[in-house]
Design a protein around this ligand. Sequence first.
Ligand SMILES: Cc1ncc(COP(=O)(O)O)c(C=O)c1O
Length: 312
Amino acid sequence: IDPSEIFVSDGAKSDSANIQGIFSQDCVVAVQDPAYPVYVDSNVISGRTGLAGEAGYEGLVYMPCTEENGFFPELPDRKVDLIYICSPNNPTGAVATKEQLKSFVDYANEHKAVIFFDSAYAAFITDPSLPRSIYEIEGAEKCAIEMNSFSKTAGFTGVRLAWTIVPKALQTEDSEPGKAHALWTRRQNTFFNGASNVVQAGGLAALSKEGREQTDAQVAFYLENARIINEGLKSLGIITYGGGNAPYVWLKTPGGLSSWDFFDKLLGECHVVGTPGSGFGPAGEGFFRLSAFGHRENVEKAVSSIKESLQI
Ligand SMILES: Cc1ncc(COP(=O)(O)O)c(C=O)c1O
């Protein structure tokens, strides 16, 4: 990757919302279901979809991530132009293997589709066999744009610092290599004046040897929180996913409750708040996300409360 292919920004959220803006209005968009809501909502706001129904927005291609497929989707069953993939995944905590990413890279190169790869949680990958970047996959530089962030790695959520990689080799269906890179350069230079110097100095400190030791320890701390949550829920017989290489635990609601009914139950009986899976897309119904981003005493208190008071 050449430094000119890396665009420093104020957030993976803004970049993943804005990136669709340099693509044609009639692009067909595929999203993992469930997904971080920005991917869907930015395309809705830009007018690429119809109305929302039970099955989601008209015109979007939903790629279900289920227990059966290990929360990584099958390839789209038709030609799509833009594909959003998030790994480690928010909300499911699933991490794509090299083989799984390779199948999407091959699909994208064959169909001249572009993959938007959100690796904001890459620092949470502890298994060395799992890819932290899509550019570990051969051919990805021709079809993939990657977003990453200091938010999760270094606790910069309120500070705001991130980066997006748009390779010059990236080729879209009706243009030459280099065109997408030039368009994103133009878009950012026109609409955005860059991340502040103060914040970038903080980013450099986070990347120093000492900074890396501290952020590695912080990531390990949150992974331990996830382990505590997973262990507590499993001791009650609740089926959980995620956690090992991600800061989210994705649980199957006990007794077939809807995501929102479980939200009410958890709040009412245990005084614990989490996120209903259905908020992330139709396939999230019947699931629930718990976050490991918290102080240890709060996590322990929440897990004890669930173990003592949840009526299942
Ligand atoms: C998948 C994913 N991408 C990006 C972000 C936001 O990153 P940033 O703080 O850099 O905008 C989040 C935060 O929740 C996220 O879950």
